[in-house]
Design a protein around this ligand. Structure first.
Ligand code: PGA
Length: 254
């Protein structure tokens, strides 16, 4: 059985002091919730500080991006060597990276390979735009992004995929549980075809896009959805704790 996972993607929000306050406001409550993996993804500059604050708790950390080279003349970039002792997960291919930083499937694939090589867990984001969705191209886009993201990688059960329809991100217009479940089931069968069924059954696939404590239950109730990648609502301690605790009561593997 797949262990549910809730990851909070803080995006470009919080300075170090704000990150400390946010973690302090939720660390003990989050720590107590069993049966769900809890992952905080603060900005790079706060990772080391947050690592200290969650030491000896059940909370794990993730980065929001990473460069695919180990080191070198890449001004402003962060490498896997810098992350390997700081976090367990790395979000890759987020639609904001694809859209605003021109990340291609090929670049994202290089990053996924590196994350796996370093023993970290990738959270590979895929999702269709509103235009693709309205023109009935969702399946095609998602299958392309999944296959390109996994290209050249041996079956890896630690892979996490996040299905985030671009039109649902930060818009307050979440997908329905049913819609998300059906696209996620397509992602799982794409992985089964590309790798094998056993690995596809082990890979956790999250939903992301306007998840809050008021709609999380609708997603978690779906059989194919293993958790959520939460943006805006992860910046509010009560909201995030509410999302994790509902996930635990609806889908815990305890
Ligand atoms: P949102 O963002 O929850 O604010 O819609 C989700 C994400 O982009 O990961």
């Amino acid at each position: 059985m797949r262990k549910p996972l809730i990851a909070g993607n803080w995006k470009m929000n919080t300075n170090v002091d704000e990150a400390i306050s946010l973690v302090r406001a939720m660390v003990s409550e989050l720590d107590k919730i069993a049966g769900v993996e809890k992952v905080l993804c603060p900005p790079f500059i706060s990772l080391a500080t947050v690592k200290e604050l969650v030491k000896n708790t059940s909370i794990q950390l993730g980065a929001q991006n990473m460069h695919f080279e180990d080191r070198g003349a890449y001004t402003g970039e962060i490498s896997p060597l810098m992350l390997v002792n700081l976090c367990q997960f790395v979000i890759l291919g987020h639609s904001e990276r694809r859209q605003y930083f021109a990340e291609t499937d090929d670049v994202i694939n290089k990053k996924v390979k590196k994350v796996i090589e370093f023993g970290l867990n990738p959270i590979l984001c895929v999702g269709e735009s509103l235009e693709d969705n309205e023109s009935g191209r969702t399946e095609q886009i998602i299958a392309r992004q999944v296959k390109a993201g996994l290209s050249g990688i041996k079956p890896a059960g630690q892979m996490v995929v996040a299905y985030e329809p671009v039109w649902a991100i930060g818009s307050g217009r979440a997908a329905t549980g049913k819609q998300a479940n059906s696209t996620i089931s397509l992602i799982r069968s794409t992985i089964a075809g590309f790798w094998d069924n056993n690995t596809a059954q082990a890979v956790r696939i999250l939903y992301g896009g306007s998840v809050t404590s008021s709609n999380i239950a609708e997603f978690i109730a779906q059989p194919e959805i293993d958790g959520a990648l939460v943006g805006g609502a992860s910046l509010k301690a009560n909201e995030f704790v509410g999302i994790v605790s509902q996930t635990a009561s609806l889908k815990s593997t305890r």
